[in-house]
Design a protein around this ligand. Structure first.
Ligand code: ZN
Length: 121
């Protein structure tokens, strides 16, 4: 057990944040993400630095454990990445409207070009 520097509450060392006041207990948070099979053997490491110069560093690691490339972004850009990657909410009404529009377009195209006629340009 250690004490939180922010509130003095006792916290376990494995905790990333103080359960009492939510203060970050580590200066650097690291998460590894294995690659898609097309980039097998590689990994993405995301390091979040919570020091006086908060930033997020993305690094690409190869299978030998070497960094191939890295880039750091500030917290504003990191938040943009997070928003970009957040799963989009299903929009059933918008989707069905889009599908109806597509179906209408297809049937209009079919009737205007005649049956089984292919165009080559
Ligand atoms: Zn605390």
């Amino acid at each position: 057990m250690q004490a939180c520097a922010q509130c003095g509450g006792s916290v376990e060392e494995r905790f990333r944040f103080c359960p009492w006041c939510a203060a970050p207990l580590r200066r650097k948070l690291v998460e590894f993400f294995p690659a898609h099979p097309r980039d097998e053997g590689k990994a993405l490491r995301v390091s979040r630095y919570l020091d006086d110069d908060p930033h997020v560093r993305f690094s690409v690691w190869d299978q030998t454990g070497r960094v191939e490339s890295a880039v750091s972004v500030d917290e504003f850009q990191a938040a943009r990445v997070a928003r970009f990657l957040r799963p989009s909410r299903p929009r059933p009404h918008g989707l069905s409207a889009a599908l109806k529009g597509y179906a209408a377009e297809l049937s209009a195209r079919r009737s205007s070009t005649g049956s089984r006629k292919t165009t080559s340009s």
